[in-house]
Design a protein around this ligand. Structure first.
Ligand code: SAM
Length: 284
């Protein structure tokens, strides 16, 4: 089996199949030989696990997942890569490649069809143009996942794994934490990819929580409050909530005061429990 992180091997393979990179599809393939094995090791690729990969590329991570996990289902939207993957993954009988857009396919059906009786985890080097939508779709659709281990742009990873109450926290921080316990695992330099992107990357792991972890009266209103709070980052919480949710400012201020927050509190100063209390009180 050829080394899929060797630039000459990749060039020959892509030339043979007449493949050229698509920037629009976020095609930056891994060429650092240590990264794909590390993602697989950290990402629950082991016996008893079915691994869902998003964006197989030429199969460099797929192969590492197949070596360790019970089964792998790899979703790849670019039909031009399917014959390439047929060639590079020919030796791995536990891999199914699915030529679909991950945002359109029914992943509940994929899991039912390929991973019955197994624990399931997601591992991927995500296309950066849809990092947050993919992660939120995976979390919100409440797939039965143990973990999501993904490579993302470094800045996105910092925000996704930020601790509530810190400057880096944003709406996505509170959304991700609602469903999971996030961990920033390691950084990956831009030279680890072909072609090399303009930014560095990092690998994060979201350990999926039990759904009963938070005591929220209405999930939808919680997320609406979080999004509203961060919709105008320079404003105070009272101003952002009032203008984005269409609630009178005096009512917002009185709710905040009842909960012992000052009028000038900012959303990035709050914890998960603070947001839950505020959303429960605002709509009660
Ligand atoms: N896993 C490979 C690697 O690590 O070298 C490729 C990673 S590359 C950053 C992202 C891959 O996602 C590309 O192969 C791209 O074609 C694929 N992709 C982009 N958008 C997608 C989508 N909506 N659904 C599924 N795959 C997608």
């Amino acid at each position: 089996m050829n080394n899929l992180t060797d630039i000459n091997v990749i060039k020959a393979l892509l030339k043979k199949h007449g493949f050229t990179f698509s920037k629009a599809l976020g095609q930056n393939f891994l060429i650092n030989p240590s990264v794909a094995p590390e993602i697989a090791e950290c990402g629950n690729a082991k016996p008893g696990f079915g691994i869902l990969e998003i964006g197989a590329g030429i199969g460099v991570l797929t192969k590492e997942l197949a070596l360790r996990a019970e089964k792998v289902a790899a979703v790849e939207v670019d039909g031009r890569l399917i014959p390439v993957l047929k060639e590079t993954l020919a030796w791995y009988s536990n891999v199914t490649v699915i030529n679909e857009d991950v945002m359109r396919i029914n992943l509940h059906d994929v899991i039912k069809e390929h991973f019955t009786g197994m624990d399931v985890a997601v591992c991927a080097n995500l296309p950066y143009y849809i990092t947050s939508p993919v992660i939120m779709m995976l979390l919100e659709s409440r797939l039965e996942l143990k973990s999501i281990t993904v490579m993302v742009q470094k800045e996105a990873g910092i925000r996704l794994c930020a601790k509530p109450g810190t400057r880096e926290a944003g709406a996505v921080t509170f959304a991700v934490r609602y469903y999971s316990e996030p961990e920033l695992l390691f950084n990956v330099s831009r030279e680890s990819f072909m072609p090399s992107p303009n930014v560095d990357s990092c690998v994060i792991k979201l350990n999926i929580r039990d759904s009963s972890n938070w005591n929220v009266s209405d999930e939808k209103l919680y997320f609406k409050t979080v999004r509203g709070a961060f919709s105008q980052r320079r404003k105070t919480l009272a101003n952002s909530l009032s203008s984005s949710l269409g609630i009178e400012k005096q009512k917002v201020i009185s709710v905040l005061k009842t909960l012992a927050f000052t009028e000038s509190v900012r959303p990035e100063q709050l914890s998960m429990d603070d947001f839950i209390k505020i959303s429960d009180s605002l709509y009660s």
